[in-house]
Design a protein. Structure first.
Ligand SMILES: [Zn+2]
Lengths: 466, 243
């Protein structure tokens, strides 16, 4: 057995090396190769952990939550391994273990923290037994249409039911997620955000589910945070937003830093996140909740979360001369709306870059941009200098802006990313904000990185002091 | 004043199709044509005589069933209004619903509203991809582009004309080369994208029909359509050699 595993690991590592020579990113390839050589590779590697396995699944926020969580566990002195951004199918999860394994198939870790694609979740949990599963939210992605979301929720629910001795960490504000506590019968810890005062957000037109997951009646809402997230209850049955065990409330956003208050069993403290975006508060709360389940003390959790810095395209920060630049990956209307809200929450005037590609990984149908509330931009015209539209469907995003009421004099179409990015950096605005769909993200980041300075953790920490 | 009615926006709001309503409204506003929007949800009353442009989209199966049940209650009044020349745009699931029936793979016939004479059969595979069509508006040939994603194959009977001919893509059923349907002032299509924003000539045609029906001046002032044209042309170039 050992021999097979060892061959699988060696094969995986070799393939990774070769693909790096060939210039590829190769983050899942070692997993593909290892599984082909020895199908039990993942099962055998993943059982070597000393303490436990945590999985993060859901539509948005998997990568951020998982990275925050890893920082929290590391801060408590444990060795944690986690998968690379986007490598969240079963091959990517396998690749993660292969990467940390010795050639004899031994892998040393206390915890593994794994982001797992919703559709791959059943497959992964057949081979890896999680102790904690975080479910962030369920939104419709541009890739799945016509009832696919219902199917996704069902698939996750059914495979959760099969698990034994697992604790769920669930978003209380999302009815599609919160129902998993009751419907799976597992022990659940809920996190959520209290009602907010006076924050302007894009009007949420895209609500996934206004129907009770238990009885099908329409849900009543006291308030919405965004999309279907809020305080809901069903009039026909007893389904309602569970009281969060970990509840956050928004206090303050300064440049690049988010300060929130978080309360847990009657104890309240403040939480500093080096990122912006309301949705990131949810990710921070989920990481906080897992930290508490693992008995990590409050100060250590706070320290850990402070160490987090956003990954590629997750409000990644650059500086061009003196100008702050933000890079934001957008995949679906909910994420885009939240990105727009973040853009508008930044001080001063802005130039905006919007790249829209329609390759398979972006979704070939770009209709979803019409479900984004770009109309909010027309109301804030005075602080928005120019929009540079780029990518394989640059004209479509320009068209969307035009019909949202943005004056065409402010809209430019520059198809090539290599021409568009320098142009937007040279704009009049005090800040530049980049929106990009998936396949335009890597090239955009590379071009931006060659022109502007990437802001590291240190620089972010500094700016939060000032 | 033109009145636009968006049917079930709460239910059928996830496929970008509300862009059709946005396009109609904006192209009226840019020309100073007074226009208002009514959003009709389940259980609401609909006064068809006060509507100039009706938009009906599609949704997932569950949403589609709810919509069909509610719209069924208004069936006769809607049929009457259509007979009187109401301007309607109906996309995908809404298109299917206006027809006679939808036949599932196991042969079950789910009745439609039966206002237009077409029917739909479930196909073995979904028809998905970019589409280019050519249609005729006011005697002019116009090319339109969009994105289709449907499991049903629609077949038109004698009284119903297609909206256009397929230049690239599947269209109604992937076989007869037709896309969409046209009957009186009703326009049906499988094209998302959404259809109206970058196919502005169709949008303007619908606005003109609505104005004409109210006895209002139907000549439209010109708008700079360069963004619309470049979006459309880019897709045409990709789909058709030599376009
Ligand atoms: Zn209920």
């Amino acid at each position: 057995m050992r021999l097979c595993l060892s061959a699988a690991v060696a094969g995986g590592k070799l393939s990774s090396l070769m693909s790096k020579f060939a210039g590829g990113r190769g983050s899942s390839l070692p997993g593909v190769v290892a599984r082909r050589i020895y199908p039990h590779a993942l099962r055998e590697l993943s059982t070597q952990g000393k303490k436990g396995i945590i999985m993060v699944t859901g539509t948005n926020g998997k990568t951020t939550t998982n990275n925050m969580l890893a920082k929290v566990i590391e801060a408590d002195g444990h060795r944690v391994i986690y998968n690379e951004e986007g490598a969240n199918l079963i091959t990517g999860v396998t690749a993660c273990f292969v990467r940390y394994s010795t050639l004899t198939g031994k892998v040393e870790f206390d915890y593994a923290s794994l982001e797992v694609d919703e559709a791959s979740f059943p497959k992964v949990v057949k081979e890896v037994q999680p102790n904690i599963v975080v479910v962030t939210n369920f939104f419709r992605d541009q890739l799945d249409r016509y009832g696919e979301l219902d199917k996704t929720v069902q698939v996750v629910r059914d495979s959760l039911k099969e698990l034994k001795d697992v604790t769920l960490v669930l978003n209380a504000d999302d009815p599609l997620v919160a129902q998993l506590g009751v419907t799976t019968g597992h022990n659940a810890v809920y996190y959520g955000i209290a009602q907010q005062q006076g924050m302007e957000r894009a009007v949420a037109q895209t609500r996934e589910s206004r129907f009770c997951p238990q009885c099908g009646a329409e849900l009543q809402y006291k308030y919405y945070h965004y999309s279907q997230l809020g305080d809901y209850s069903c009039e026909s049955c007893d389904f309602k937003r569970p009281r969060p065990d970990v509840e956050g409330s928004e206090i303050n956003i300064t440049e690049g830093t988010y300060i929130a208050e978080v309360c847990h069993s009657g104890e309240c403290s403040s939480l500093n996140l080096h990122t912006t975006g309301f949705y990131n508060l949810y990710n921070g709360l989920a990481a906080f909740a897992v930290g508490r389940i693992l008995d990590i003390d409050l100060t250590t959790i706070q320290e850990g979360l402070k160490m987090y810095s956003p990954g590629i395209g997750r409000m990644e920060r650059f500086r061009y001369n003196e100008k702050p630049c933000f890079l934001n990956l957008v995949k679906n209307p909910t994420g885009y709306n939240e990105g727009l809200a973040t853009l508008l929450s930044l001080p001063g005037t802005k130039d905006v870059f919007m790249a829209l590609n329609d390759n398979a990984a972006d979704g070939r149908d770009i209709s979803w941009i019409w479900d984004v509330d770009f109309e909010i931009l027309a109301k804030h015209q005075q602080e928005l200098e120019h929009f540079i539209c780029s990518g394989t469907r640059a004209e479509e995003i320009a068209l969307r802006l035009k019909y949202a009421g943005v004056p065409t004099t402010k809209i430019n179409i520059i198809r090539e990313l290599g021409d568009a990015i320098p142009a937007v950096l040279q704009g009049e605005g005090e800040t530049v904000y980049f929106f990009s769909t998936y396949t335009a993200l890597w090239p955009s980041q590379r071009i931006l990185g060659s022109l502007a300075e990437k802001e590291g953790q240190h620089a972010v920490g500094m700016s939060s002091v000032s | 004043m033109l009145s636009v009615c968006h049917l079930y926006p709460d239910l059928l709001n996830l496929y970008g199709d509300r862009g059709n309503v946005i396009a109609f409204l904006q192209r009226c506003r840019w020309r100073g044509i007074p226009v208002d929007l009514q959003e009709v949800n389940m259980g609401d009353n609909i006064n068809f005589s006060q509507i100039d442009f009706l938009f009906l989209g599609g949704g997932s199966d569950r949403e589609q069933n709810l919509m069909a049940a509610d719209l069924g209650k208004h069936r006769d009044k809607l049929a009457q209004a259509i007979d009187d020349g109401l301007v309607v745009l109906s996309i995908c699931g809404g298109y299917q619903l206006l027809g006679q029936y939808y036949r599932t793979l196991d042969g079950k016939e789910i009745p439609g509203l039966g206002i237009l004479d077409h029917y739909t059969e479930a196909g073995e595979k979904r028809l998905i991809g970019n589409v280019a069509i050519e249609m005729e508006l006011d005697g002019r040939k116009v090319k339109a582009t969009g994105f289709e994603n449907h499991g049903g194959k629609t077949i038109l009977k004698d009284d119903v004309k297609p909206l256009g001919k397929v230049l690239s893509g599947y269209g109604n059923n992937g076989e007869d080369g037709y896309e969409g349907a046209r009957y009186k002032n009703v326009f049906c299509s499988y094209l998302h994208g959404p259809l109206l924003p970058k196919n502005q000539e169709l949008t303007d045609y619908l606005i003109k029909q609505a104005l004409k029906r109210r006895g209002m001046e139907e000549k439209l002032t010109a708008i700079d359509d360069s963004v619309e044209q470049s979006a459309n042309e880019r897709m045409l170039k990709r789909l058709i050699k030599g376009a």
